[in-house]
Design a protein around this ligand. Structure first.
Ligand code: PMT
Length: 405
């Protein structure tokens, strides 16, 4: 990361959450990467981190007041708006996210964000309940649709004692996200990339279904990375708990049969297809029209399942010359062997093998551990964020695409 941001100016907005204690480290890392940094803070942020600390690490005055008589600018409230090449708000509380989504500009940071034309990155940090609240979801969707980017949050222990989504991304991940925004490779420009994400739901009756733990995080990380690298991205997604990315076309599906129909419709037009969805291999033989009733005293219930179509194989059967097909394999034993069999059986160019028994890998976590397997060989990758694995997968996909006939 050394010198990656040389000559770039970054505005760091800090709001009032416990994760504000990491803001000085973020500023230090940005300065170390060569950036010039100025901080704009809310009153609440100064409850968690001091002005002097931010001033010392950034080497610039801290902007905090709308009507600051020592600010030489004639319109103080927007004096920072043209200064930065990027603006990052870290931590971004539910409150600032709501304000930005609704154009509320009542302090130095929110007026700066509203007037700023540079790319904006938010690093959300809040309690899981606030993060999953409908209002926060809707505000983030609005912002993402407007091109505002986000990094994180991750999941883990939160300051309130709860455990779940809402932890601010680590400062080095935020710097990497800024680097991606400002120094984005555009190697997928002009290409159409389709990603599948999330879990299928196989209905039993109007209130019950068979599903799995896929959150959509891996598929969405791939979609965001492909979008940032210039691709026109379609995401066919099943059931997800992660927030949908902006700037991509979303095709929602429920069951494996829906996924099959969507993929048969969409696959022909795509240059690269990456199938990260966790698809049920079986569905119920019969979907009941009414809620199934308990049979008292029966002690046991047998339900019949029938095989679902193998969607990736069907896409593989229709593969056209030059198209690149990538699958995932979530395995619990003989990982490489099983994944390699799937590579061949589904006519894939690459398969991403996950050993989902390893801590930090697989379903509903922010990181993954994978091996990339092609017909030529295999690369084992270390534990990393899903976004950084997505970049590695796209590096290989781009290379396969350019060497395909
Ligand atoms: O969503 P996250 O919480 O981030 O979790 C990510 C993940 C663990 C779901 C992801 O990394 C992953 O491994 N996805 C594939 C899971 C899976 O279903 O693997 P599989 O080995 O059963 O299937 C192999 C491939 O065939 C996959 O590309 C799958 O999309 C596809 N498939 C499987 C069955 C089926 N009937 N049709 C298919 O197309």
């Amino acid at each position: 990361m050394l010198n990656a941001l040389q000559g770039k100016r970054i505005i760091v907005g800090v709001t009032g959450g416990i994760a504000a204690y990491k803001a000085p480290l973020l500023v230090r890392l940005l300065v170390k990467a060569g950036a010039e940094v100025t901080c704009a803070v809310t009153d609440h942020a100064l409850q968690f981190v001091t002005e002097l600390t931010l001033e010392t690490v950034s080497g610039h005055r801290v902007y905090k007041e709308l009507f600051d008589r020592s600010n030489p600018h004639s319109t103080e409230h927007i004096s920072l708006k043209d200064w930065g090449d990027a603006l990052v708000v870290a931590p971004a509380t539910a409150n600032i996210i709501g304000k930005i989504a609704h154009g509320i500009a009542d302090d130095m940071l929110s007026t700066t964000v509203l007037a700023c034309k540079a790319p904006i990155l938010l690093a959300p940090a809040m309690n899981t309940g606030m993060w999953t609240a409908d209002a926060t979801r809707a505000n983030l969707k609005t912002l993402r649709d407007r091109g505002v980017q986000t990094v994180g949050p991750g999941s883990g222990m939160l300051a309130c004692g709860d455990s779940g989504d809402g932890r601010m991304s680590e400062p080095d991940e935020i710097v990497a996200a800024i680097d991606r925004i400002l120094n984005a490779k555009k190697d997928l420009s002009g290409l159409r990339v389709l990603v599948t994400a999330g879990a299928t739901r196989e209905r039993l009756d109007p209130v019950r279904f068979l599903t799995n733990d896929s959150s959509g995080k891996m598929g969405f990380a791939l979609a965001e990375a492909a979008r940032d690298r210039g691709a026109e991205v379609t995401v066919v997604r099943g059931s997800v708990s992660a927030a949908e990315p902006g700037g991509v076309r979303i095709v929602p599906v429920e069951s494996a049969l829906d996924l099959y129909d969507a993929m048969m419709r969409e696959c022909g037009a795509q240059d690269i297809i990456i199938q990260a969805a966790a698809v049920a291999d079986y569905r119920f033989a019969e979907i009941k029209g009414e809620k199934m009733k308990k049979q008292p005293g029966s002690g046991r219930l047998t339900l019949e399942l029938v095989e679902n179509p193998d969607v990736a194989k069907a896409v593989g059967d229709k593969k056209r010359p030059g198209q690149i097909l990538i699958g995932f394999a979530a395995e619990t034993n003989r990982v490489i062997e099983h994944a390699s069999e799937k590579l061949k059986a589904k006519n894939l160019d690459m398969i991403v093998a996950n050993d989902v028994t390893q801590p930090g890998a697989g379903f509903n976590v922010d990181t993954n551990i994978a091996a990339l397997i092609t017909r030529e060989g295999r690369t084992d990758l270390p534990l990393q964020t899903k976004r950084s694995l997505a970049e590695a997968i796209l590096d290989r996909a781009a290379a396969l695409y350019s060497s395909a006939d």
